[in-house]
Design a protein around this ligand. Structure first.
Ligand SMILES: Nc1ncnc2c1ncn2[C@@H]1O[C@H](COP(=O)(O)OP(=O)(O)OP(=O)(O)O)[C@@H](O)[C@H]1O
Ligand SMILES: [Mg+2]
Length: 229
């Protein structure tokens, strides 16, 4: 019998495909092109945790304001207002990144937040979006940052979602993919003049999972996977 702890993604249909949920601890790359559903996936994941009493952190990197992420989530039925600012907190990382001289400064800011209790409990779920943008700041230290982030995740036994942009010819950022314990690809591809959403689990440590693309829907309920399709 598997002794791997698993936590629900909150996405109907997906947990069953990956042995009951995301392995904990793990660093999971959620990649996809613009509008594929990365932010929706991440917020659904945080709200699922909050609905079962877990604490979650959303690290703001570039280009977002704390209120925007809450406004964004509010269009979904799963986004219960009472969790915002309580079980789910936004951590502003942007100014720390701008002031960062060394890779350790960014990592220390993440560590401080992860190790700090929220309402009497440590965060179990964290989200870091647009991690690739840190490359410009950390340059040669980017890979070491990813490896240290992965160690922090294991040490604190949390699940971290990091998002990455797909670029033409590369469905995911290779440098993050090598460090990640799991890769989930989201797509919004054109098929016969119609856009079709899909999800693919490319890798998931300690998990037997189907390969290939499965039908994905995004509605007011958030993401739903149709494993048979
Ligand atoms: N409340 C909603 N109901 C139905 N569909 C929605 C809702 N909110 C967003 N969507 C759809 O989900 C899509 C994905 O949005 P999302 O912001 O999660 O993508 P993303 O991958 O994070 O994009 P980006 O790369 O620009 O950050 C939107 O373009 C929209 O079509
Ligand atoms: Mg987004």
């Amino acid at each position: 019998m598997s002794i791997i702890e698993r936590i629900s993604t909150g996405v109907p249909g997906l947990d069953d495909m990956i042995g009951g949920g995301l392995p904990a601890p793990s660093l999971i790359l959620v990649s996809g092109d613009a509008g594929a559903g990365k932010t929706s996936f991440c917020t659904q994941f945080l709200f699922k945790g909050a609905s079962t009493g877990e604490r979650g952190l959303y690290f703001l990197t570039f280009g977002w304001h704390p209120e925007w992420i809450f406004e964004f989530a509010s269009s979904y039925e799963f986004a219960k207002r009472e969790y915002l600012g309580r079980r789910i907190r936004v951590v502003e990382l942007q100014s720390r990144i701008e002031r960062a001289i060394r890779m350790d400064d960014v990592l220390e800011a993440i560590r401080e937040a992860v190790c700090c209790e929220i309402d009497g409990a440590q965060p179990k779920r964290i989200v870091l979006e647009n991690v690739s943008l840190l490359k410009d700041v950390l340059r040669g230290d980017f890979r070491r940052f990813l490896l240290n982030l992965s160690s922090l995740v294991k040490e604190q036994r949390i699940v971290a979602l990091v998002t990455g942009e797909a670029i033409p010819g590369a469905p995911y950022p290779a440098d993050i993919a090598h460090v990640a314990d799991g890769i989930i690809l989201l797509q919004n591809a054109e098929v016969n003049l119609v856009r079709k959403r899909s999800i693919e689990v490319l890798k998931m440590c300690g998990t037997s999972h189907p390969l290939g693309r499965y039908s994905l829907d995004i509605s007011a309920r958030g993401l739903t996977v149709y494993p048979g399709l």
